[in-house]
Design a protein. Sequence first.
Length: 120
Amino acid sequence: MMKRLMVAAGAAVLVGSAFVGRPAAADEAKAKQNYQTFCVKCHGPEGKGDGPGAAMLNPKPRAFSDCAEMKKHSDAEMQKVISEGGEAVGMSADMQPWGGTLSDADIADLVKFVRSFCKE
């Protein structure tokens, strides 16, 4: 009996771990909507840093589709930038803080969504 419980628990851990790193479908849809609402105007619809507001910004918004650049930034750093704004981590003051608008969970899901623009 104990052996069966251990096997079942191990299987549950394996199944659960398959979903780590990807938000649930509802969370992913919300992250996409948040990106459309708060990010696309500067970062562009495909995360290339070419949104309609990007033309007047210097430095230009980050291109999330640039995999080499994105590998340089941890999820924690990206969450801080979204929450506290660019100046919080020595980046552009044009990146405004969204922490008063988005929850920590929304920001974490948004980071995962933003990382999906990198296609290797």
